[in-house]
Ligand binder design. Structure first.
Ligand SMILES: *[C@@H]1O[C@H](CO)[C@@H](O)[C@H](O)[C@H]1NC(C)=O
Ligand SMILES: *[C@@H]1O[C@H](CO)[C@@H](O)[C@H](O)[C@H]1NC(C)=O
Ligand SMILES: *[C@@H]1O[C@H](CO)[C@@H](O)[C@H](O)[C@H]1NC(C)=O
Ligand SMILES: *[C@@H]1O[C@H](CO)[C@@H](O)[C@H](O)[C@H]1NC(C)=O
Ligand SMILES: *[C@@H]1O[C@H](CO)[C@@H](O)[C@H](O)[C@H]1NC(C)=O
Ligand SMILES: *[C@@H]1O[C@H](CO)[C@@H](O)[C@H](O)[C@H]1NC(C)=O
Length: 468
């Protein structure tokens, strides 16, 4: 170490790389003249590093070394026995505490091939690499990622303590809280509780130095957007419209809600915003109200939600009617047919109305549902279960919107078809009868069904004697 330091500090030798065999495979990566992984020098001293390789070289310096710095010098030469190698010498003078960091030499073209050394430049007046202004630095918390407080130090042996405000000292346990002089403190698995103000502190010659950090958790997750009426909203001119857009977002999230709607340019709506917190989430409400709707207010209403890069939206379509109405018409004519034995039959006229009307079904002038337990009203249709002959009759649908004195009714005749039946078949008179030749015989066939069946007689000659 001593030799190396000597070499580096005084730059007496760039010839640490003694062997110079140009066999293939050597210098697949550039090589530095220091073999240590780290160096420690003092402030104001000169840092000199030599790098050698097969191709053109390029240095990557710590971020604390300004891009344009009068103290940085790079000398590039051809070297090697046949002058077929590239050598580069980096000189940094004077070296300052903020230049502490990783110095890397790599090939200009093959950027992954590199050699590096970490250099500490100690300065008793600057124990932390970064000199901080009054304001703490912000450390961003990301879910599932460790939290790093980059209070790197200029001396690897510095004793640094880690404090969370107000006065909670956190000792590194090397499981969740880790100290590393090159990276600072790391909290491996931070939780929401770790949000706060932190300080790395060290005392040199009785003087206390600190680096402060404020964690920030940019929360942009929108969990849910809910508009209290999606689909169609039917309303009447002159009425009030209120739409409530509710956004559920992660705790701490900032959310902005905006609306687009047909009369936005006129500013016909008032919008009220509210925020509330639950145990786990934040709820943001935006309630859009139009006190008196006009026809021009009909159309698409969209609630747009953004939180950082996250975006969501939801919409509803508002239909504004001039006045309340009931339109009731036959769907398939005034007479409909069903068959006895059918599992179910539905009587459905065409009905359009606003607001929603009351509906009553009558059968032959009496409330249908009370007449028979097989009848029930579904929406505005009447459903008949297990259709029977006696269901035939006259049905009336009465619709009304009492509030506006609107009433409409419609009559439908139901015909129930019944399969023809032959009465004699049930009486079983299948035996052969012998009658006297020449006598007059009457054969009876009684049949019923709906509609009344037609009767047709067929004659089958007798089978020849002896066969039956
Ligand atoms: C480094 O140099 C500056 C001025 O060049 C001087 O003020 C300072 O005391 C020196 N520091 C050390 C550690 O020698
Ligand atoms: C909006 O809707 C939410 C949930 O549906 C409800 O909790 C809230 O009170 C409503 N806001 C207003 C202003 O009515
Ligand atoms: C939607 O929410 C607003 C405000 O809470 C309420 O006035 C309105 O009646 C709600 N609309 C529906 C369809 O529930
Ligand atoms: C809204 O603006 C349109 C066009 O600018 C205008 O025709 C309409 O009368 C306005 N409506 C209201 C309610 O002010
Ligand atoms: C309205 O929202 C539905 C789903 O909620 C979506 O399918 C539709 O594209 C949206 N319409 C417009 C015009 O944004
Ligand atoms: C059905 O409507 C007509 C006129 O639309 C009305 O005269 C009649 O009384 C109504 N019938 C019933 C049963 O309400």
């Amino acid at each position: 170490m001593f030799d190396i330091l000597f070499v580096v500090i005084f730059g007496l030798s760039g010839r640490v790389l003694t062997k110079d065999t140009d066999t293939k495979g050597r210098f697949s990566s550039p090589v530095l003249d220091v073999t240590e992984k780290e160096l420690i020098i003092e402030r104001n001293q000169t840092l000199q590093l030599n790098c050698r390789g097969r191709w053109e070289l390029h240095w990557i310096l710590p971020s604390g070394v300004p891009k344009v710095y009068h103290g940085t010098q790079i000398e590039e030469t051809r070297c090697g026995r046949k002058n077929n190698q590239y050598c580069s010498r980096l000189t940094l003078s004077p070296a300052l505490a903020q230049h502490t960091g990783s110095y890397r030499c790599r090939y200009r073209q093959k950027q992954r091939k590199q050699a590096s050394v970490y250099v500490y430049i100690t300065d008793s007046q600057q124990p932390f690499v970064k000199m901080q202004s009054e304001n703490p630095d912000v450390v961003y918390m990301k879910k599932g990622e460790p939290l790093v407080f980059p209070c790197r130090v200029t001396n690897p042996d510095a004793k640094v303590s880690f404090v969370k405000f107000p006065f909670h000292r956190l000792a590194p346990d090397y499981r969740n809280i880790i100290w590393n002089s090159r990276h600072g403190f790391t909290i491996r698995s931070p939780t929401l509780m770790d949000n706060g103000l932190y300080s790395c502190e060290t005392t040199v010659n009785g003087v206390k130095y600190s680096n402060k950090f404020l964690t920030h958790r940019p929360v942009t997750k929108i969990l849910d957007v809910y508009l209290n009426s999606t689909g169609l909203v039917h309303t009447l001119q002159g009425q009030m419209l209120a739409l409530n857009c509710t956004v559920t977002a992660e705790w701490n999230a900032r959310v902005s809600i905006s609306w687009t709607y047909p009369q936005k340019a006129n500013g016909s709506a008032t919008i009220i915003r509210r925020i509330s917190r639950s145990q786990a989430n934040m709820l943001f409400y935006s309630v859009l109200t139009i006190p008196k709707l006009s026809k021009a207010d009909r159309g698409l209403y969209k609630c747009h939600v953004t939180s950082g890069p996250s975006k969501r939206e939801t919409n509803t379509t508002v239909i504004v009617y001039d006045q309340p109405f009931i339109r009731l018409k036959h769907r398939d004519g005034s007479v409909v047919q069903a068959s006895a034995g059918q599992k179910s039959f539905r009587l459905t006229p065409k009905l359009r109305a606003f607001p929603e009307p009351e509906v009553i079904w009558l059968k032959d002038g009496m409330a249908a549902a009370e007449r028979c337990s097989r009848y029930h009203v579904d929406g505005f249709s009447l459903v008949i279960r297990d259709v029977a002959k006696e269901d035939a009759g006259i049905y009336t649908i009465l619709t009304g919107i009492q509030q506006y004195g609107l009433y409409e009714n419609l009559t439908i005749t139901l015909v129930v078809n019944v399969k023809p039946q032959i009465g004699e078949k049930t009486v079983s008179s299948q035996q052969t009868r012998t009658v006297q030749r020449g006598s007059r015989q009457a054969l009876h066939c009684t049949s019923h069904g709906v509609p009344p069946p037609q009767i047709q007689w067929l004659w089958h000659p007798c089978p020849p004697k002896g066969l039956s």
